[in-house]
Design a protein. Sequence first.
Length: 270
Amino acid sequence: MTAAETKVRADDGCMLHVEREGRGAPLLLIAGLGGTADFWAPLRPLLRDEFELVLFDHRGTGRSDRPSDGYNVQRIAADALAIMDALRIERAHVVGHSTGGAVTQTLALDAADRVDHIVISASWARSDYYFRLLFETRLAVLEQAGAKAYAALGQVLGFPPAWTTDHEAEVTRAIARAEQELASPDATAARVRMLFAHDRLADLPRITAPTLVLGAPDDMIVPIAHSREIAGRIPGAAFHALTGGHFFPRTQTKQFAETVSRFLGGDRVM
């Protein structure tokens, strides 16, 4: 099954790279800070026979435009709605990982009529000292040591040590691509800084969409306590723990896909 690729123009003129494939209920997949549709590549064969997948590269990443400013979580949520409008999708399930989980919270709060079930994966609702220290350090690495060092640190933090060792070639390729993928360092830095401003903790009880929150006890980027806090604030939310580091959708692909599929199909996941 071949994915259809298109460009969607946001309301400020930014061109967004969008991909669409599969059949069934629309499922919008929103990646984390890396921002590209490619993050979901291992999941796509496991979900596209059941859902119509909609994926996009965030502004500032991948094949989308890279404006020099204007980055915030609300802006990415608006981009997601522009994509749904362009594809004539009235409502969709939404799965967001990390930064994508912050976007998912925003959609569920500010555009509740456009979302069905939501999955908030390895995300946060309000930053704390650990979160700020980690991302300020990553930002300093980007600005002082360059794209490859920044990418290497992300790989080390994001994956379990054993997985990294077992996937040396994949990790090496990701680091080698860093200078090309982070060709706009100002945009990348702006995207890191936007994370600190996301604070919807007090608003979470207003979410009415059926919600599944996922976290991992071995996540070194967004500790599982943030996921538990989100689940505790959203009425009726289910919480489920997976292992596999911050990038558990990639390290535990089959389990992640099965868990998400069951939940979106109406099963209670615990």
